[in-house]
Design a protein around this ligand. Structure first.
Ligand SMILES: Cc1cc2nc3c(=O)[nH]c(=O)nc-3n(C[C@H](O)[C@H](O)[C@H](O)COP(=O)(O)O)c2cc1C
Length: 176
């Protein structure tokens, strides 16, 4: 089985998450192809898709949204797993539950076009130089903290679940 692991990133943390997902899939015997979404053409040879993007202002990056618009007709024909990379873990504890509810909002504009298996909102990495001067002020005023919040165990567990799903008769082949 050939699976596309496609990503959109601004500062690299989403690409590294995609790399880790692809590595776990490969260890499970799946031919996972890692690609930047802006460089993906035909989806014909992929039986399943794992797609992810960094989140800016509660939306996927423009190149990821363009990919979804461009491939709309194809996305309902094969199983799709989505991941969004934001910063719930950078928020003060009191806001974290609220941030977790950001997940459904992020994918709402294109959710219906997909044969969606699952969506995960992961925490990524955020540094002062990622933000504008006003962004930094706002970040601090909200009590957020810079750092690399990627939970590699959680990411690997999710990738292993995808691999298991792909391997069963109820996985990609049934839905493709
Ligand atoms: C300008 C900007 C806006 C952001 N907006 C959001 C947001 O609305 N929600 C969120 O959860 N994270 C937000 N983040 C955090 C990023 O999604 C997070 O840092 C992520 O790891 C970035 O991924 P990347 O390294 O692949 O670009 C924002 C980051 C930046 C720089």
């Amino acid at each position: 089985m050939t699976v596309l692991v496609g990503y959109a990133t601004e500062h690299g943390s989403s690409r590294e998450i995609a790399e880790r997902i692809a590595a776990v899939l490969r260890r499970s015997g799946i031919a996972a192809e890692l690609r930047a979404l802006k460089a993906v053409g035909s989806l014909d040879r992929f039986e399943a898709l794992v797609l992810g993007s960094a989140v800016h202002n509660q939306k996927w990056l423009p190149e990821a949204l363009e990919f979804v618009a461009r491939q709309r007709g194809q996305l309902g024909r094969r199983p799709v797993w989505l991941f969004s990379v934001g910063m719930p873990a950078a928020l003060p504890r009191a806001f974290r539950a609220m941030a977790e509810s950001e997940g459904p909002k992020i994918i709402a504009p294109f959710r219906k076009a997909l044969n969606l298996r699952q969506h995960q909102l992961f925490s990524g990495a955020i540094r002062p130089d990622h933000l504008s001067r006003w962004g930094r002020l706002f970040f601090r005023a909200c009590g957020c903290r810079y750092g690399d919040y990627r939970d590699w165990d959680r990411i690997e567990r999710w990738a292993a679940e995808i691999a298991a799903d792909c391997a069963t008769a109820g996985g990609a082949q049934r839905s493709a």
